[in-house]
Write a protein that binds this ligand. Structure first.
Ligand code: ATP
Length: 136
């Protein structure tokens, strides 16, 4: 099967680079699957998991992405993320603490308050990281 180059890049530098058979992720418009030969496009990403299926690989590689953009060009897929972590780089204890903190803030705030929305996003990031590590 054909493959395409994928890189996941953040403001702190590259996080993931590989040749893969398929990339699937969560765009703001819904789930998105990219195969080699996909038409060029740019899509805003939601907080979600990027699944990278490698040739002959069993389980896909997983990367937690906290929003950003996906760009598909004929020879390459680039994910420009605000923050991104490979499963093995995620600090589970930190994500558990972040989840706890966010849940507490949401209890303490009214839903229309901007701090509520901020806590909601922090909660989504924490849950996403825990999902990638299989601890959710
Ligand atoms: P926290 O409150 O724990 O900082 P956060 O969701 O506010 O979580 P971000 O602002 O999304 O954190 O990320 C800041 C930096 O910390 C990024 O480089 C991100 O990759 C890294 N990071 C955040 N949480 C974790 C984690 N649980 N494990 C590893 N790296 C993390």
């Amino acid at each position: 099967m054909k493959t395409i180059k994928v890189s996941v890049v953040t403001p702190d530098g590259p996080v993931y680079e590989s040749d893969v058979e398929m990339v699937s992720t969560k765009a703001q418009s819904g789930e998105l699957g990219i195969l080699p030969g996909h038409i060029p496009m740019v899509a805003p990403l939601a907080i979600g998991v990027v699944r990278l299926k490698k040739a002959g690989g069993k389980e896909p590689d997983l990367v937690a992405v906290s929003g950003g953009f996906l760009e598909v060009r004929p020879e390459k897929v680039t994910i420009l993320a605000q923050a991104a972590e490979k499963a093995e780089d995620i600090d589970v204890e930190r994500a558990l603490r972040a989840r706890e903190r966010a849940e507490q803030r949401m209890k303490d705030q009214k839903a229309e308050h901007t701090d509520f929305r901020r806590a909601e996003l922090a909660l989504q990031r924490a849950i996403n990281r825990l999902t990638v590590t299989g601890k959710q």
